[in-house]
Ligand binder design. Structure first.
Ligand SMILES: Cc1cc2nc3c(=O)[nH]c(=O)nc-3n(C[C@H](O)[C@H](O)[C@H](O)COP(=O)(O)O)c2cc1C
Length: 162
């Protein structure tokens, strides 16, 4: 089966999660393509989807939401998993991603599961306004992406698909 992974990302942290997922699925014998949401138009070759986004201010990136909205019918017709990447330690909102956002995305896609992974924050790469806001909430450079957790979650998907 061919699986599509769409990891929407601003600074590459979530894209790296997508690539790690792809490596895990390939090791389990699946064909995998990884694409950013604004480069993906034809979903027909794929038998399953993993769609994710980094989280900013409790929301998915617009490109990921637009992708889901535009392809909802096709996405729903195949098994689909969702993930988010965000929490960065001190300063992370109490509700890292808004509950109603997850509810809406799950309902649009008919997703089997949504999983929230830790994120990576590199303050030097942020535009000055966001760097100021991050400093204001006490955020520091961090990388809370747990590669074992990512691998285990992805292996669960592979087990369902193979
Ligand atoms: C301005 C700003 C707002 C953020 N808001 C959230 C948030 O609401 N919830 C969360 O879990 N992470 C939040 N994050 C952390 C990002 O989601 C995290 O850094 C993520 O790993 C970035 O991934 P990317 O490199 O793929 O864009 C925020 C980061 C910044 C800079």
């Amino acid at each position: 089966m061919r699986v599509l992974i769409v990891p929407a990302s601003r600074f590459g942290g979530t894209a790296e999660i997508g690539r790690a997922m792809a490596a895990t699925l390939r090791a389990e014998g699946l064909d995998v393509d990884v694409s950013q949401p604004d480069q993906m138009f034809n979903l027909s070759p794929y038998g399953a989807h993993i769609i994710g986004s980094s989280v900013y201010f409790g929301e998915w990136l617009d490109s990921a939401v637009t992708f889901v909205e535009e392809h909802a019918a096709e996405i729903r017709s195949k098994p689909t998993w969702l993930f988010s990447s965000g929490p960065f330690g001190p300063g992370t909102p109490d509700e890292p991603i808004r509950g109603d956002v997850v509810e809406r995305l799950t309902s649009l896609t008919g997703a089997v599961d949504h999983h929230l992974f830790g994120g990576r924050l590199e303050l030097d790469r942020l535009p000055s306004r966001e760097r100021f806001m991050a400093g204001w909430v006490g955020a520091q450079d961090s990388d809370l992406r747990d590669w074992d957790e990512i691998e285990q979650w992805t292996k669960g998907i592979a087990a369902t698909l193979t």
